[in-house]
Design a protein around this ligand. Structure first.
Ligand SMILES: C[C@H](O)[C@H](O)[C@H]1CNC2=NC(N)=NC(=O)C2=N1
Length: 100
């Protein structure tokens, strides 16, 4: 999937469209907390399958029940439509029940 860089207008609109995310060091950043490690890792497993299908992968870390996600596009050296789409899908999976 070819990544299309986000326009400045799209970047300005991010906080409205993705309120759970912030811009940190030029990347889309979200921190999630789950009930325990299994819930956190289950969520990561679901995201991993989505990411692999998209050919677009998060930078992330996990400590017990917490998951920290940063989205950026290495191919373009900035934010792209793929980061926006992956963030939306991560929000959907998080809302689906795994946690917060
Ligand atoms: C060939 C392969 O699809 C590319 O290298 C993909 C893999 N996953 C990726 N993930 C992210 N976050 N950015 C990329 O530019 C990227 N490129």
């Amino acid at each position: 999937m070819a990544a299309i860089p986000l326009t400045p207008e799209q970047i300005n609109a991010l906080s409205r469209e993705l309120p759970a995310w912030s811009l940190l060091n030029g990347k889309l950043h979200r921190e999630l907390r789950f009930s325990d490690f299994v819930a956190a890792f289950g969520f990561m497993t679901q995201v991993a399958l989505v990411a692999e299908a998209m050919g677009h992968h998060p930078e992330w870390s996990n400590v017990w029940n917490r998951v920290v996600v940063d989205l950026t596009t290495h191919d373009t050296g900035g934010l792209s439509d793929l980061d926006l789409e992956l963030a939306r899908r991560i929000d959907a999976l998080a809302a689906e029940g795994a946690g917060r």
